[in-house]
Ligand binder design. Structure first.
Ligand SMILES: Cc1cc2nc3c(=O)[nH]c(=O)nc-3n(C[C@H](O)[C@H](O)[C@H](O)COP(=O)(O)OP(=O)(O)OC[C@H]3O[C@@H](n4cnc5c(N)ncnc54)[C@H](O)[C@@H]3O)c2cc1C
Length: 235
C-alpha cells in the first residue's frame, strides 16, 4: 500500500481515465485489472489468431471538445465508415441502417421506414436537448447536478417534462410515444431500446433508462458539424 497513493480497480476506459488523471496530478497510481487485457467493454481483442473483435462498444459518441483534447483523443487515428451499425429484423422487415451522415440517415428512414420514422427520430433528438443539459452531458469538471438544478436547466415546459421523463421514465416510454407503430417501427425501436441495455445492462423498460437515450442522442452545443457525429477509432 505504501508504494501507491491511489489504486484504481478496473481498467475499463473509465478506470484508465481515472488512473491517467490521478497519475498526471502527481499521485503514484496503480490500476488493477481482472482481465488479461485493458479497455473493459470498450476493448478490441484478438480472440482468434489474426481476428480482432470489439468486445462491446465500437462507436465513439460525441464528447466535450475539452475532454477530447485533454485525453488526446483528437490525436488518435479514426475511421469514418459511412455506416455505423445495422439492425436487422425478422424476415421481410426493413433493416435499420445507421448512417453516419445525419442527412443520409434521415433519407434512409424516409425511404425505407416512412415519414413517421423521420419525424419520430427528429422528435427524439429534440426531446434529448433538455435532458442533455440537465445531465451536463457536455459539461467538463462540474459536479453532478441536484434534481432542482436539473429541472432549472429547462428552457420551457416541454424541456421540463422531458427532464422529468428522463429521470423517472423508461427508454420505452419515450420510444413508444414517439414511434407508436409497433409493426412498422419494430427494428428502429429495437435499435433505440438497445441504447438502454448497453448503458445500464438493464432492460429498456427500467425506470430511469430514458437517461440513456438523452446521453446517446445529445448533440454538443458547440457543434460545428463533424464533431457531433459518431466515429470509430482505428485500431
Ligand atoms: C454490447 C455493448 C455495446 C456497447 N456499445 C457502445 C458503443 O458503441 N459506444 C459507447 O460509447 N459505449 C458502448 N457501450 C457501453 C460501454 O462499453 C461502457 O459504457 C463502458 O465500457 C463502461 O466503461 P467502464 O470503464 O465504466 O466499465 P467496463 O468497460 O465495464 O470496465 C470495467 C473493468 O473493470 C474490470 N473489473 C471489474 N471488477 C474488477 C475487480 N474486482 N478487479 C479487477 N478488475 C475488475 C473489468 O474486467 C473491466 O475490464 C456498449 C456496451 C455494451 C454491453
Amino acid at each position: 500500500m505504501t508504494d501507491y497513493d491511489a489504486i484504481v480497480v478496473g481498467a475499463g476506459h473509465n478506470g484508465l481515465t481515472a488512473a491517467a488523471v490521478l497519475q498526471r496530478a502527481g499521485l503514484r497510481t496503480l490500476c488493477l485489472e481482472a482481465n488479461t487485457y485493458a479497455g473493459g467493454m470498450a476493448a478490441t481483442v484478438e480472440l482468434i489468431d489474426g481476428f480482432r473483435y470489439e468486445i462491446a462498444g465500437s462507436v465513439q459518441f460525441p464528447t466535450a471538445s475539452q475532454i477530447t483534447k485533454e485525453l488526446g483523443l483528437d490525436t488518435l487515428p479514426t475511421v469514418d465508415p459511412a455506416v455505423m451499425s445495422t439492425n436487422i429484423g425478422e424476415s421481410g422487415e426493413e433493416p435499420m441502417i445507421f448512417y453516419r451522415d445525419p442527412m443520409q440517415l434521415m433519407t434512409h428512414l424516409d425511404e425505407r421506414h416512412g415519414l413517421e420514422a423521420v419525424t419520430g427520430m427528429a422528435e427524439l433528438i429534440g426531446w434529448s436537448h433538455g435532458p442533455a443539459k440537465a445531465l451536463g452531458r457536455f459539461d467538463v469538471r462540474q459536479p453532478p447536478k441536484t434534481l432542482d438544478e436539473m429541472y432549472a436547466c429547462a428552457a420551457n415546459e416541454a424541456e421540463r417534462r422531458a427532464i422529468h421523463e428522463m429521470l423517472f421514465g423508461s427508454a420505452m416510454d419515450v420510444i413508444d410515444r414517439l414511434l407508436p407503430d409497433k409493426d412498422k417501427h419494430a427494428v428502429m425501436c429495437g435499435m433505440l431500446a438497445f441504447l438502454a441495455v448497453n448503458s445500464t445492462y438493464r432492460g429498456p423498460y427500467t425506470p430511469g433508462s430514458a437517461t440513456c437515450l438523452a446521453f446517446a442522442l445529445a448533440i454538443p452545443q458547440d457543434n460545428t458539424g463533424g464533431t457531433a457525429m459518431m466515429t470509430k477509432l482505428d485500431e
